[in-house]
Design a protein around this ligand. Structure first.
Ligand code: CO8
Length: 258
């Protein structure tokens, strides 16, 4: 595959692994990094050999936010004219599950990036936060929306209005992470989860992700209708026949991905 300036990208069997790699600035998310990330995840999303992805940083930081040095001098005309956050839209359109493995700082755009993933495994050292208010702005890549939907108004208001860092265990109590593990177990546990998901029938996995995400988009009735249609549509797949037949025959299913 291609090589990247700000990422380390590899495949471990059916799991695509992307490591943010700008350690000198705690993985600050400059625009070029986000564009590379959208390219790398997009390529895995289209690769039939890849079934699930893991996104991680390093021990010190998942990412300490958008690149403040890059944004500092810009005016309204530049951020709107260049569509500063445009590349982020491509991240929200990834169809296969992405597991975030978070250690250290996970702040601002870094927290928003983690919240855009589908599962979050946090090391005990992880610190989450939306500190944008302290530098004169607000979250711009989903923080006010995703955090509020998950943690509720009062927790979100505190985070967004004070910029306080939220340690991993507190984030877990807020429902913001899948699980907290000792730091050295963070990436291994994320990979274990990704391999488990990668062993599931791929079309059902994609429908399951789409159905859960729809819960954030619609009133209950419309969401239930969306789920029912996806459920029915899976009866057009060979993997549904195989999965149910294998259960009845007490054997392991062999997924075909169609
Ligand atoms: N942008 C640019 N450089 C950064 C950033 C950042 N967000 N975070 C850290 N760095 C750099 C530092 O400038 C420093 O560089 P240098 O060695 O050249 O001085 C290096 O990384 C190491 O950082 P520190 O020396 O500050 O390390 P400390 O351990 O003392 O502190 C902190 C760690 C507390 C994480 C501190 O670095 C910090 O507060 N960072 C900024 C956190 C922040 O405000 N993040 C929010 C940014 S705004 C944002 O994310 C808006 C999102 C909108 C959507 C996305 C838009 C693209």
């Amino acid at each position: 595959g291609r090589s990247y300036q700000y990422l380390l990208v590899e495949a471990d069997g059916p799991v695509g692994i992307v490591r943010l790699n700008r350690p000198k600035v705690l993985n600050a998310l400059c625009r070029a990094l986000i564009e590379e990330l959208a390219d790398a995840l997009g390529a895995f999303d289209r690769d039939p050999a890849i079934r699930c992805m893991v996104l991680t940083g390093n021990e010190r930081a998942f990412a300490a936010g958008a690149d403040i040095a890059e944004m500092a001098g810009k005016g309204l005309a530049e951020v709107t004219g260049d569509d500063l956050l445009g590349a982020w839209q491509r991240l929200w359109r990834i169809r296969k599950p992405v597991v975030a493995a978070v250690q250290g700082y996970c702040l601002g755009g870094g927290f928003e990036l983690a919240m855009g993933c589908d599962l979050i495994v946090a090391g005990e050292s992880a610190q989450f936060g939306q500190p944008e208010i302290k530098i004169g702005v607000i979250p711009g890549a989903g923080g006010t929306q995703r955090l509020t939907r998950v943690a509720g108004k009062y927790k979100a208001m505190e985070a967004v209005l004070t910029g306080r860092m939220i340690p991993a265990r507190e984030a877990e109590a807020w429902g913001l992470v899948t699980k907290v593990v000792p730091d050295e177990q963070c990436l291994p546990e994320a990979l274990r989860l990704a391999r488990t998901i990668a062993g599931m029938p791929p079309l059902a996995v994609q429908m399951a992700k789409a159905a859960v995400l729809q819960a954030y988009e619609t009133p209950l009735g419309a969401g239930l209708e969306f789920e029912r249609r996806l459920f029915y549509s899976l009866f057009a797949t060979e993997d549904q026949k195989e999965g149910m037949q294998a259960f009845l025959e007490k054997r392991s299913p062999q997924w075909k991905g169609r």
